[in-house]
Design a protein around this ligand. Structure first.
Ligand code: MGP
Length: 449
């Protein structure tokens, strides 16, 4: 396969002669509709590899409690492309070669024509789609294709190697990633979403994969409340004394109203009273702002500037809020806002950029960089797995990781399906410097100063 074109970047010719605070290690994983997996593929030639910097340029991983006044400069981050030896061998999962993964045989039943591109890929999203998978329209565009979700879940299972762990899936949606995590023998899942109808669909979908109900619990709540108030260093703290009256007031103001508990296909679906005493890892697959995320260009999506997650909107009355409330934490109050971006007449790039996240209440949200800090503080392990847009600026990821307290290195895994970049996942909270044996500095992102 032809190597991807690289922009001329002076840092490639003159690799940095210092140890950066943070190295973003970019690691390509190739997955195919045939089920072939080529994890650790490196598309740079050996001559480029000969120009690689010494391993000592990468600091080992560590974590320091974040300081509120620390704003890491772009120069604190380097980007390196890595190849893994341990996963370099191709493997084959026969399941994927058994059915047409891109399937045009059944016409798209949805009235919205934009669903078509996802509809033909429905077996990629869920191999058991034909058994009755349920998705809402938002689910169609945001669910992680099953092969990728399984791959990410297997990476977390590897991290956990010696023990059983609990992962909090903060933005569960219709359940693609939660199901993949729960398939792993050593992972249990707390699946969170603000929208109960999504949780019901996720429970239904989990039942199609025969996930034992003991491994998967569904919580209706805004994930920000859980990350900010319910867990600290992995422990449940909502019932602990609160340090200051101000913190107590903030917590009380954010406290979600009680919600009903129900059983869906044997799975418990309810409120924060069902949270466990401990979580080990946080998985983040948040709303990126709708399908327009690509307007920021190939490497232009900045986590701090472009991602907005809405905090809970309070003070709803019983009349306008029931179990099916539409505050989905996306800043779009349900599907309407999102589908405006699907259905409105095409706008020029400038207008689309200006419109991006325009319906979010800027006084009541966190950005995609702050989200990392919240998740890191909630876990004891600092394991945070973060699905970010494929055009995420890698320097912005490195800066966000530094601001959250991470030092040394993070891994940014690029998932290619049939040779085409589909999704990107960042793994924070582990030392990846061992991946650096065959490395080329390949920084093409520029800091969004
Ligand atoms: P895509 O970019 O909309 O599709 O989403 P595709 O087929 O690569 O687009 P094309 O127009 O370039 O051909 C690719 C994948 O990204 C989806 O399958 C989802 O897994 C994920 N994804 C897309 N969006 C818009 C979101 C989002 O807002 N949030 C999350 N968490 N994932 C998303």
């Amino acid at each position: 396969m032809t190597p991807p074109a690289k922009r001329d970047n002076p840092r490639e010719k003159n690799p940095p002669q210092y140890q950066p605070d943070m190295s973003v290690l970019v690691h390509r994983v190739d997955l195919y509709d045939s089920g072939r997996t080529d994890a650790g593929h490196n598309h740079f030639s050996s001559s480029q590899n000969q120009a690689m910097p010494p391993q000592s340029f990468i600091r080992p991983y560590s974590f320091e409690p974040p300081q509120s006044n620390y704003h890491p400069p772009p120069s604190a981050v380097t980007i390196s492309r890595v190849q893994s030896h341990s996963h370099a061998a191709a493997t084959q999962n026969s399941q994927w070669s058994q059915f047409p993964v891109v399937d045009r045989s059944v016409p798209n039943p949805y009235t919205n024509p934009k669903i078509k591109k996802y509809w033909v890929q429905r077996h990629r999203l869920f191999s058991r789609f034909d058994q009755g998978i349920q998705l809402d329209e938002q689910g169609w565009y945001s669910v992680t294709p099953e092969q990728i979700a399984d791959h990410v879940a297997s990476r977390l299972a590897e991290l956990a190697a010696s023990g059983n762990i609990v992962v909090l899936d903060a933005f569960c949606g219709c359940g693609g990633n939660s199901i993949a995590f729960a398939k792993q023998p050593n992972i249990s899942v707390i699946a969170v979403d603000t929208d109960r109808t999504k949780l019901r669909k996720a429970a239904h979908n989990a039942s199609l994969y025969n996930i034992p109900p003991s491994k998967l619990v569904f919580i209706e709540c805004n994930a920000l409340f859980i990350l900010e108030h319910c867990f600290r260093n992995g422990e449940f703290v909502l019932d602990q004394p609160i340090a200051t009256p101000e913190a107590a007031m903030a917590m009380m103001a954010a406290m979600p109203p009680p919600v009903a508990m129900e059983s869906c296909q044997g799975y418990n679906v309810g409120g924060i009273d069902m949270l466990p005493r401990r979580i080990d890892a946080v998985f983040l697959d948040p709303p990126w702002g709708g399908v327009d995320y690509k307007i920021f260009g190939k490497t232009g999506y900045d986590l701090a500037r472009n991602m907005r997650i809405q905090r809970p909107v309070q003070a709803k009355t019983n009349n306008d809020n029931d179990n099916n409330n539409n505050d989905n934490g996306n800043g779009d109050n349900g599907l309407d806002g999102f589908f405006d971006s699907f259905q409105s007449t095409p706008r020029n790039k400038q207008e689309r950029k200006a419109q991006f996240n325009s319906d979010v209440d800027e006084t009541n949200c966190v950005n995609g960089s702050e989200l990392i800090a919240l998740a890191a503080a909630a876990t004891g392990t600092r394991w945070v797995i973060y699905d970010v847009p494929r055009n995420t600026n890698r320097v912005s990821l490195g800066q966000s990781a530094l601001a959250a307290g991470y030092r040394g290195n993070v891994k940014m895994e690029e998932h290619y399906l049939n040779g085409r970049l589909k999704t990107v996942t960042a793994y924070l909270g582990s030392d990846w410097s061992s991946l650096m044996e065959n490395t080329s500095v390949s920084s093409t992102d520029t800091a969004q100063a």
